[in-house]
Design a protein around this ligand. Structure first.
Ligand SMILES: Cc1cc2nc3c(=O)[nH]c(=O)nc-3n(C[C@H](O)[C@H](O)[C@H](O)COP(=O)(O)O)c2cc1C
Length: 352
């Protein structure tokens, strides 16, 4: 059966307007990225992983990850940690901040995270993983979801053992990135495991890994019976990939469109992170946006070396003069962050 990517589906009571989910990506999934993803048709967007310890300690930067805009919803905020009680407390903060879903990270392969007993290591401690899901699901009214890898070691099938147990513990959807933690991002995602997982549980499954085109998305949905695909690296600096995957009329953007989207992204990110943090954060995005043969290579080098984001914007407008008009239209259609950002409840700041 041909899957229609533009169909809506549900996780618990949360209606998700398309079958494309924008992946959580640390160092990428800022609010500007998520809002842009929604604008291009992603049905659900996700925050990057947020440390439950950071939330517990009221770390200011960590609390910043809970700043949610009304026009990025439905939104999942992803949390990571290894202590059920701290995870439950973090989930309550996520709920108060206005997220639609709480997602739990059992997939991060990075040593800094796994050595604390969090992320993908929890796949080897299913009893604790279930206690975390149970504690979080008990603490909040929001649906709780889990994102996981196939297991720790290459060839592992652990996800097929742990997945159903997580559902029994209260997970209302599972996202599977069927690479091992050891693989990091090498090799390829084995979606035959996704198909097996779909057969084992009664909750929607999201297929993550190597979804780079409409043909691939349709093939994976068709072969696995997953409810949705998740798109990560293909959407970095390339929201047009989202429209292409959703179809039917995706097309390559003009240079002016690329420059206009990048400028809007820069401005929103500066608003979100401040000029100092944003200017280093944004450098990787210049390559992502300007690649794909859209601009000559030395142009990216030139942008990366500029001292301020204002200079980058000026340079982009010189290189792509038609961007100004497109940008004006985009900015008129996109309310500024302050108009749509949900107020963080005072309790999130510990009453301070
Ligand atoms: C830079 C980067 C950061 C990521 N950060 C997270 C994260 O915070 N939480 C998570 O669950 N997955 C994270 N992932 C994994 C992605 O969500 C996704 O599962 C993976 O990249 C495979 O999908 P893709 O082939 O579409 O990129 C990250 C991936 C990348 C490339």
């Amino acid at each position: 059966m041909q899957a229609n990517l533009r169909e809506s589906w549900q996780i618990g009571p949360v209606e998700i307007p398309s079958r494309l989910v924008l992946a959580p990506m640390a160092g990428v999934s800022v609010q500007a990225f998520r809002r842009q993803g929604r604008r291009f048709g992603a049905g659900l967007v996700c925050s990057e992983m947020v440390s439950c310890a950071g939330l517990h300690h009221q770390n200011e930067r960590t609390l910043g990850y809970l700043r949610i805009a009304s026009d990025e919803r439905p939104l999942a905020v992803q949390i990571f940690g290894s202590e059920p009680a701290l995870m439950a407390e973090a989930a309550e903060m996520v709920e108060r901040a206005g997220a639609d879903l709480v997602d739990i990270n059992f997939g991060c392969p990075v040593r800094k995270v796994t050595k604390t007993g969090a992320g993908a290591t929890l796949l080897d401690d299913p009893e604790r993983a279930c206690r975390i899901v149970d504690a979080v699901a008990t603490a909040v009214d929001l649906p709780v979801t889990v994102k996981m890898r196939r297991g720790l070691e290459n060839g592992s099938r652990t996800c097929l053992d742990v997945g159903p147990r997580l559902v029994d513990a209260g997970a209302q959807s599972l996202t599977l990135h069927p690479r091992s933690a050891k693989q990091m991002y090498t090799g390829s995602a084995d979606h035959s495991l996704t198909a097996e997982l779909v057969d084992l549980v009664d909750v929607p499954i999201v297929a993550s890994g190597d979804i780079v085109s409409r043909a691939r998305a349709e093939a994976v949905l068709g072969a696995t019976g997953a409810s949705a695909v998740m798109v990560g690296r293909a959407a970095q600096g390339n929201p047009w990939a989202i429209a292409e995957i959703l179809g039917p009329n995706g097309r390559a953007p003009s240079r002016d469109e690329v420059a206009a989207e990048l400028i809007l992204f820069i401005r929103e990110t500066v608003r979100e992170l401040g000029e100092r943090r944003a200017s280093s954060f944004l450098k990787k995005f210049y390559g992502w946006y300007l690649g794909h043969g859209r601009f000559p290579r030395p142009f990216k080098q030139e942008l990366v070396q500029l001292a301020t984001t204002d200079e980058v914007v000026t340079r982009l407008l010189v290189a792509a003069p038609g961007a100004a008009e497109i940008l004006e239209r985009l900015e008129a259609e996109t309310p500024t962050g302050d108009q749509v950002t949900l107020e963080l409840p005072i309790s999130i700041y510990g009453g301070g």
